[in-house]
Design a protein around this ligand. Structure first.
Ligand SMILES: Cc1ncc(COP(=O)(O)O)c(C=O)c1O
Length: 477
């Protein structure tokens, strides 16, 4: 069958041709379930539509386009978000039971891989920006000394950009890893857009990371769950990655999801620079307006210049982290006020709120956002900065995550759990970064920090659902 260069178009043509669907999915492309969803484009791996896990047709072409656009050696479509890609990438690069070096602030999918692969993690602690209380860039020297301190490290994992938009010096970190023959995996879930315009730079593929995982759905126009995995260099076998992608992802990937990745890639190929030039200009205009803020501060925007943050290697201007620390607002209160004005933020932290922009924002949407922020700024008062939670070092570890998950567990009131071993994870969502994981010992400081977060109005989540009042600990200490 002839190759088509657009998967969604091909699906529409196929449907119009009227072939009788004697195959999955069960809706048979009828709209019995309502007309809101594009049932007519939802198929399975029928003849002519390739197979994600053994791609040699239209899906292979699309993945080659992704590799070309981003400059990687090989790219894979992901239909289970960056989460699935991270599990597969870690399984491909870190042998079962091996030691890895990872940034403590990694997403929970990294911790899930640590659990499933019985890995022994050593944590890297990036500095915290003293003014905004957000994680700064991971210094290359921290990686250097981590590798010098711990022998037999098989993989280094970190997040760049962070949720708040802070980018690390991946080229320097990759060089350090490569000198020792160790692969570097960058969780670039928030950075799939850093490749198409000089205003948005710092992408990890360009900087030479061996494995890079990107959620196209987060910062580019593509359906939720869609993501990309890139591999390059000779430290990670791309066939091994392909194998683990088939392990951790469905064997029935959605053509709608893959079609949306394909459309997104084609858009970037043909209009990327123009789209991102407009986006950069719209953000600059927003920055001009935000210079008038008197109480609220927006990280690296408006009068809040990035040069004030020497611990940031680079910053993604698409992220707007609005800090309430010097005002009579808190993050949750600001989020509520934004919602009252029809603006839904991405994430709420005790000390601020994160708003995400994308190349699909326009001068008008950003102007509206700026106007709401200026209005709220005019309503709030300056106060002394409140107490900011200090960054706690990783707690003592009694068991690996995998070992602790196997032990009998008991629920305890949080106040009685000090000194006990965690049997579950606890996190704030978003961003889904664990605060503690199974096997770690609950210290007084940690329990106190949970209380502080809960008191600020930010919800704590745990596997058992008992947080913040209770927690699952291992039966034996
Ligand atoms: C840093 C980071 N990594 C990975 C993920 C997982 O991405 P996905 O939702 O595409 O599975 C997230 C999701 O919020 C994230 O913030």
């Amino acid at each position: 069958m002839a190759r088509y260069d657009d998967l969604l178009e091909r699906l529409a043509q196929y449907n119009a041709a009227g072939s009788l669907p004697m195959h999955m999915p069960g809706h048979k492309r009828t709209a019995l379930g309502g007309t809101e969803l594009p049932w007519h484009l939802d198929i399975t791996e029928i003849d002519g539509f390739d197979n994600l896990h053994e791609a040699e047709g239209i899906l292979k072409d699309g993945m080659e386009l992704a590799a070309r656009l981003y400059g990687s050696a090989r790219a894979f479509y992901l239909v289970n978000g960056s989460s699935g890609g991270i599990l597969a990438a870690m399984a491909a690069a870190a042998p079962f039971g091996s030691r890895i070096l990872m940034a403590r602030g990694c997403h929970k999918s990294v911790y899930h891989a640590v659990e499933l692969l019985h890995l022994e993690p050593f944590y890297l602690m990036p500095p915290v920006d003293p003014s905004f209380a957000v994680t700064a860039s991971l210094p290359p020297e921290a990686v250097e000394s981590g590798l010098a301190q711990h022998s037999d490290i098989r993989l280094v994992v970190l997040t760049s950009p962070t949720y708040e938009g802070v980018i690390s010096d991946i080229a320097a970190i990759a060089a350090i890893c490569h000198r020792r023959g160790i692969p570097l995996l960058v969780d670039e879930a928030h950075g799939a857009h850093l490749y198409f315009h000089p205003a948005f730079s710092g992408g990890a593929v360009t900087a030479g990371a061996d494995l890079v995982i990107q959620s196209v759905h987060k910062t580019l126009p593509s359906l939720t769950q869609t993501a990309l995995a890139h591999v390059q260099g000779d430290l990670v076998d791309s066939q091994r990655l392909a194998h683990f992608l088939a392990v951790f992802q469905t064997s029935s990937p959605s053509y709608l999801l893959m079609g949306s990745i394909h459309r997104c890639l084609k858009l970037l190929e043909h209009q990327g620079p123009a789209l991102f030039a407009d986006y950069a200009q719209n953000l600059q205009q927003l920055d001009q307006r935000l210079r008038a803020l008197r109480h609220l501060r927006v990280l690296c925007h408006g009068a809040e210049d990035c040069s004030r943050h020497p611990d940031f290697f680079a910053f993604d201007p698409g992220k707007l982290f609005i800090d309430t620390q010097c005002t009579d607002l808190t993050g949750p209160r600001l989020a509520a006020l934004l919602r009252q004005r029809g603006v839904e933020p991405e994430m709420t932290a005790p000390q601020g709120v994160l708003a995400m922009t994308s190349c699909c924002d326009t001068a008008e949407t950003l102007e509206r956002f700026g106007a709401v922020l200026l209005e709220l700024d005019s309503l709030c008062r300056n106060t002394d900065p409140p107490y900011v939670l200090p960054t706690l070092p990783p707690p003592p570890v009694r068991h690996t995550i995998a070992q602790a998950r196997q032990l009998p567990a008991v629920p305890l009131p949080m106040s009685e759990a000090i000194g006990r071993t965690m049997a579950e994870s606890l996190w704030i969502y978003p961003p889904g970064i664990p605060l503690v994981v199974p096997g770690e010992v609950l210290t007084e400081d940690i329990v106190w920090s949970f209380q502080h977060i809960a008191d600020s109005g930010v919800q704590l989540h745990s596997d058992s659902g008992l947080a913040p009042h209770g927690i699952l600990v291992t039966q034996t200490r």
